[in-house]
Design a protein around this ligand. Structure first.
Ligand code: ZN
Ligand code: ZN
Length: 190
């Protein structure tokens, strides 16, 4: 089974809660520089949550939050860590995530605009970019979420789930600014 097929079966299907049909993700490509680690100045090598070696073939998610040209947050989490986090989400939050995607997600292989509202990425003050990878390959086009959509998604998520995300982020990344919205909820993408 190719990584793309493997991925397609799993899209938003963690814990079998729900699934969204995405267009054919196309062929895997090498991971673009914008999804490299700004801190390590190169591709991510280990899982930010559990230090697992990302070269071992697991699926992993890269997430970066970029403000202007500066990376203000970055992480690469393996599927195991993504699932553990996702399992702690409340039912309402899973439903909220699902409806947010169903109502707003506009898949496109281009990532010059927000994939939810279409706002041009270069004009967004802050945006989140997410890539699903395996070894040194990006297995579907990156997903871009502008700051407004990120806020509207967070606003739909229950307090309990936001606390779970927050604890994960604060314990894994002690230096993260308190006002930074990090959507570990996108962990559901794996
Ligand atoms: Zn991990
Ligand atoms: Zn948007």
């Amino acid at each position: 089974m190719s990584p793309a097929q493997l991925f397609r079966g799993r899209v938003l299907d963690a814990a079998d809660h729900w699934r969204i049909d995405l267009p054919d993700p196309g062929r895997p490509t090498s991971i673009p520089c914008e999804l490299h680690s700004a801190y390590e100045r190169g591709p991510f090598k280990t899982c930010t949550g559990c230090s697992r070696d990302l070269a071992d073939g697991c699926l992993y998610q890269i997430q970066k939050v970029v403000r202007g040209k500066e990376t203000v947050f970055e992480m690469a989490i393996c599927q195991g860590c993504g699932m553990r986090l996702y399992e702690e989400f409340s039912e309402e939050s899973l439903e909220a995530l699902k409806s947010f995607f169903l109502e707003n997600f506009k898949p496109s292989p281009e990532c010059s605009n927000c994939h939810f509202c279409g706002f041009p990425r270069p004009l967004a003050k802050t945006y989140t970019i997410v890539g699903i990878c395996q070894k040194a390959l990006l297995i579907m086009p990156p997903l871009v979420l502008c700051d407004r959509c990120s806020e509207s998604l967070q606003a739909r998520i229950s307090k309990k789930t936001r606390d779970v995300q927050d604890n994960f982020i604060r314990s894994t990344f002690p230096g993260v600014p308190a006002d930074l919205d990090v959507l570990t909820s996108l962990g559901g993408l794996m």
